[in-house]
Design a protein around this ligand. Structure first.
Ligand code: AMP
Ligand code: MG
Length: 415
């Protein structure tokens, strides 16, 4: 790619396409079921049996023949959950049965114990219309052999894990979690425990990126800070590339004299873009290289401003991490929202932090979180969406409909 192509001011949608064209699912791994929660299923999961595999009682009571008119009836024995059936119910008899136990041969209904009475060792049925099949879960009532139960790419939650357990999947093939190294850069940065001296600030990106990457399923290999020194940056990035599938840095990608990430990424990898037609996040670098064993490595040089850094993470890094784990890039829905107030626009596509809520009319509405300056991390606090504001010379008035990427579910509006 020529220098001018790399330096072109790219539309974020085009940039996402470029990122996705370089991202592949990592080699999947088989993990024990108790470690598969929140991982992504690699293959469609199809039932190889029907459940329940036998007709089972859904109530404690008596297994009977529904249209048997004899009363009282001889009791044939007890069936507990976990028992194999041994008796056969015939007219004039009933078998005591507990919830979950197999319904014995001959019986076609279960009468719940509350509707019966034991008299001299025999059972009286006090229910006039016992219907065939009542209180019985028939074979396949839960699921049938051949049913598609869980689609490939699904994040495995409690119900999915339970289903896999019910069907005997002691191990599950899931996407591998990408190994990620995170570095913040900048001589001005100090640790949160330190008191910043003149001109210094506390490092926030290193911490916010770590949480964001973990939430996106990454395995964090290392998190650190690099000074703005050429040799330090070269050394840190070289070792990061040796250990990680994805290297995320913050800072050092704009036009300043000390913006070394841009320079060193150009040396160590193939840079695909470094300028975006968006706000915040104009200076963002995406590069790839190939590791010793032929595996592709991704490098995201995110901008240093804390808001730009996180917006770029959400738009580019998170989706890439998802694809690497064998699922779709976008788990966040894009929804249409009505503006609660006028919105200022800029000459670039803007991703404004916003609160999307359900209005009185049941429609989604959005308000922004105040000043949208790219250093103001407070603009993220309480927000649940990115309002996508297309560039314009004008403003968008209250009531106008725009798109928003919903990163958390909408709550009710403040009434
Ligand atoms: P840079 O992209 O390195 O020019 O940084 C842009 C702005 O973001 C500067 O004001 C930096 O001080 C600030 N910044 C860079 N990295 C961090 C960080 N890790 N935490 C907080 N602020 C940062
Ligand atoms: Mg810097």
């Amino acid at each position: 790619m020529t220098q001018s192509q790399v330096d072109r001011l790219l539309h974020p949608d085009e940039a996402r396409k470029i990122v996705f064209s370089h991202v592949e699912a990592l080699e999947p791994e088989s993990v024990p079921l108790d470690q598969a929660g929140d991982r992504f299923l690699v293959d469609d999961f199809v039932a190889d049996v029907s459940l329940p595999p036998f007709p089972a009682a859904t109530m404690d009571g008596y297994a009977v023949i529904h249209d048997d008119s004899s009363n009282p009836r001889e009791v044939l024995g007890s069936g507990f959950a976990g028992d194999a059936t041994s008796v056969t119910v015939t007219p004039g008899t009933a078998a005591k049965i507990m919830t979950g136990a197999p319904v014995p041969d001959g019986a076609d209904a279960v009468v719940q114990v509350e509707n019966t009475k034991m008299v001299d060792g025999q059972v009286e049925i006090h229910q006039s219309d016992v219907r065939a099949g009542s209180n019985i879960r028939q074979i396949g009532a839960d699921l049938r052999e051949g049913d598609l139960l869980i689609e490939a790419g699904t994040r495995l939650g409690p119900a999915e894990i339970g289903l896999l357990a019910s069907l005997g999947q002691a191990k599950v093939l899931v996407g591998r979690r990408p190994r990620v190294v995170i570095y913040s850069t900048g001589n001005e940065l100090v640790d949160p425990a330190e008191v910043p001296g003149a001109g210094q600030i506390r490092d926030s990106n290193r911490f916010s990126l770590e949480v964001a990457a973990r939430r996106a399923g990454a395995q964090i290999v290392r998190v650190g800070h690099i000074a703005d020194e050429e040799d330090d940056v070269r050394e840190a990035l070289t070792s990061a590339l040796a250990d990680a599938d994805v290297v995320i840095t913050s800072g050092g990608v704009s036009m300043g004299d000390k913006d070394l990430i841009k320079l060193i990424l150009g040396e160590l990898s193939e840079v695909h873009f470094r300028r975006l037609f968006m706000k915040p996040g104009k200076p963002m670098t995406f590069a790839t290289t190939v590791g010793d064993t032929g595996d592709k490595k991704l490098l995201f040089g995110l901008p240093g401003n804390p808001v730009s850094c996180l917006v770029c993470f959400h738009l580019f890094v998170r989706p890439a991490l998802q694809v690497m784990q064998s699922t779709e890039p976008d788990s966040f829905p894009t929804v249409q929202v009505s503006l609660e107030h006028d919105i200022e626009t800029s000459d670039r596509i803007e991703y404004q932090r916003a609160v999307v809520s359900v209005g009185r009319n049941g429609m989604l509405q959005a308000r922004t979180t105040g000043s949208q300056m790219s250093a103001r991390l407070m603009s993220f606090i309480g927000s649940n969406a990115f309002l996508i504001v297309p560039p314009s010379n004008d403003y968008y008035p209250a009531g106008e409909t725009l798109d928003a990427i919903l990163v958390e579910p909408p709550g009710p509006a403040d009434l």
